[in-house]
Design a protein around this ligand. Structure first.
Ligand code: SF4
Length: 366
């Protein structure tokens, strides 16, 4: 099919080439203020997302992954807010100062989102075809026969057979996997450059999950989409991501290209997550788990938030905040927030480096 043209956007199409930075997030801080506490759900996260690239954000429930996604979509609601020192740039344009009207133009146009439950996006009382055509009308000004033809092409592009007939069906007549494909078709109807996927395969069985991951890979290749993929599942991350950010209690604690992360995980949390993948501990009688839960980040990070669960913890972990430091080959940009690094420094030198970086509010971006 022909790729739809960008609607509602004044950006230079040339910037969509593979490798161009589309989304640049710097020091993102999203805080929820309640009567009882201040929750730093996202606490100083930075990353770039390039055209034709998938970045993964992985971590347990409560780590801040979904709040990161909602912040990038302008969907944080009271009592939450994106703090003023945060920056989210889309093609060089700052989004954090957007009005709601400007956000609406970005959402579903330049940046689209696919949620875990397809019924969050589908209206049960309208046919799938009507919903895709409505998106085409809003974002590409397509109507009538042209919209129907484009909707058929979109359903075919996401692998739904007998697309002309299925356009006339309602969401409840689709299986779970087909519904998620229909939601992806709706997202593509807006011709986004960036697709944010928040646990899109978690509710699906493994066969269907594999098909959806394959579909996303194809769409990334064919359309040069930039994909931000959120999951708690390291196995899924291995399949889908080019770069991985491991998130814990509001912070990215390790960032690396996917091969580097899986071959040489550095942060004790990442190492624990990898040990807890079924099949990664052949010969062991029990599946390893990380004891305890992700803490609510309700105080300033003046220490390592992973310390209570960390098998490597030592005294300084309780009062020095680990900053992001290079932990591997500089060329591949592998960083971790842990006082065990840089490995080549003696302990006092390492601690001093983290204290100094903390003072500078420095650190590497993903
Ligand atoms: S800083 Fe200390 S507690 Fe935190 S991950 Fe590293 S070793 Fe573990």
């Amino acid at each position: 099919m022909t790729a739809p043209t960008v609607a509602g956007s004044d950006v230079d199409e040339g910037e969509g080439e593979d490798g161009a930075v589309l989304l640049s997030v710097e020091n993102l801080r999203t805080t929820f203020y309640t009567d009882k506490e201040t929750i730093r759900a996202v606490d100083g996260v930075s990353f770039d997302l390039r055209a034709g690239e998938t970045i993964g954000i992985v971590g347990e429930s409560g780590s801040g992954k979904s709040v990161t996604a909602r912040s990038v979509m302008g969907l944080v609601e009271s009592p939450g807010r994106v703090e003023s020192e945060s920056s989210i740039e889309y093609r060089g344009r700052e989004l954090t100062t957007n009005t709601e009207k400007e956000w609406q133009q970005i959402r579903g146009g330049d940046i689209a989102m696919v949620f875990q439950d397809p019924m969050t996006s589908l209206n049960p009382v309208y046919t799938v075809g009507n919903q895709i055509k409505e998106a085409l009308r809003l974002h590409q000004n397509l109507k009538g026969q042209a919209a129907t033809e484009e909707a058929v092409e979109l359903l075919q592009a996401v692998g739904i057979p007998d697309a002309t007939r299925r356009l006339k069906e309602y969401p409840h007549q689709f299986s779970g996997g087909m519904r998620q494909r229909a939601v992806i078709a709706m997202a593509l109807a807006c011709d986004p450059s960036v697709l944010i996927c928040d646990e899109p395969t978690t509710a699906l069985d493994v066969t269907i999950q594999a098909q959806i991951l394959e579909l996303l890979e194809e769409l990334k290749e064919e359309r040069g989409l930039a994909i931000m993929f959120i999951t708690h599942d390291m196995g899924v991350i291995a399949e889908v991501a080019d770069r991985v950010n491991v998130m814990y209690a509001g912070e990215f604690v390790e960032s690396a290209p996917v091969e580097g992360l899986f071959e040489n995980p550095k942060h004790p949390y990442t190492q624990g997550l990898l040990r807890s993948i079924p099949g990664n501990n052949v010969g062991s009688e029990r599946l390893e788990t990380i004891e305890g839960e992700v803490p609510t980040p309700n105080e300033e990070a003046t220490y390592c938030r992973f310390a209570p669960r960390c098998p490597e913890e030592f005294a300084e972990c309780d009062h020095v905040h680990p900053e992001s430091v290079p932990v591997g080959d500089e060329d591949v940009h592998h960083t971790a927030k842990c006082l065990l690094y840089p490995e080549d420094l003696p302990k006092a030198g390492r601690i001093g480096k983290h204290e100094q970086r903390s003072g500078d509010e420095g650190g590497d971006r993903s």
